[in-house]
Design a protein around this ligand. Structure first.
Ligand SMILES: [Zn+2]
Length: 138
């Protein structure tokens, strides 16, 4: 597979990841504070609230983390593939393969399987796929 990931996706996901880890850290702090409050007389209610916030925070951030991971995996699989069409000038043999770094139109590539004449790249295009179902769940 070619590593043609767009820089914007990486930026967004690392930003998301940062927020998730901040939420996770805050939630863990809340849990620690809850434990502390639990051993402080008269702070049982506060401990309960803090624990609730902490558990909710951990649950939420792990959920988002898994969703983001799933989405990123899906994006990786469905990343628009760039296709290169190679044609033989002599026998019109056509071959289609994934775009490789350094490909350009009218570049001479490997010889034809049938007549051993160097083939030419005749087209490079991006395959457009439907991405309507790729919405974020929230
Ligand atoms: Zn040929």
């Amino acid at each position: 597979m070619s590593k043609a990931s767009s820089p914007t996706t990486t930026k967004i996901s690392s930003f998301m990841l940062m927020i998730i880890f901040i939420v996770l850290a805050l939630s863990l702090t809340a849990i620690i504070l809850a434990i502390n409050a639990w051993y402080t007389p008269g702070q049982e209610l506060t401990a309960g609230y803090l624990l609730l916030i902490g558990v909710l925070g951990v649950a939420m951030s792990t959920y988002i983390l898994f969703q983001t991971k799933k989405r990123m995996l899906r994006l990786k699989i469905e990343a628009p593939s760039i296709t290169t069409t190679i044609e033989c000038r002599k026998c019109d043999f056509k071959s289609i393969r994934e775009f490789q770094r350094g490909d350009y139109i009218f570049k001479e590539v490997e010889p034809c399987q049938k007549c051993n004449v160097n083939m030419l790249i005749t087209a490079i295009y991006r395959e457009v796929k439907e991405r309507k179902r790729e919405r974020f769940p929230f």
